[in-house]
Ligand binder design. Structure first.
Ligand SMILES: [Cu+2]
Length: 135
């Protein structure tokens, strides 16, 4: 998670882990969250329906990490609460999910900020391509 002259980012934007794998986010600089797209946080659902959503809370110190273990195969979209409007969003692919019926691969909802919608279209393309090759 970082802020630079180009804006605010998760780097990389997409990661792919095994079922049960853990993702660790590290705050390089700035103040950020990693938060699942889930109605629990007043957002559209963009993670598997049976999965638990996560929210790191605000992380403002450099080097602080947040870890989350992913038990359910699927595509998970997440965002940074203060910077989603600047497209600070990311995707975690877990296991070997069926690309059909993944909320995380749906068309980005109209209520999402425009910059986030644009990036989601690109990330969805990359994720679909990766999963197609896999099948
Ligand atoms: Cu941020």
């Amino acid at each position: 998670m970082l802020t630079d002259e180009d804006g605010h980012h998760f780097d990389p934007h997409i990661v792919w882990v095994e079922t049960g794998g853990t993702v660790t986010w590290t705050n390089e600089n700035g103040s950020h969250t990693t938060t699942a797209y889930d109605p629990e946080f007043d957002q559209p659902l963009r993670i598997p329906e049976t999965a638990d959503p996560w929210d790191s809370g605000m992380i403002s110190e450099d080097g602080v990490t947040f870890k989350w273990e992913f038990e359910v195969d699927g595509v998970y979209d997440y965002y940074c609460i203060p910077h989603d409007y600047r497209a600070m969003i990311g995707t975690v692919i877990v296991g070997d999910p069926d690309p059909h019926n993944q909320p995380g691969l749906a068309e980005p909802q109209d209520e999402l900020p425009e910059e986030a919608r644009d990036l989601f279209e690109r990330l969805n393309e990359q994720a679909n391509e990766a999963l197609d090759h896999d099948h």
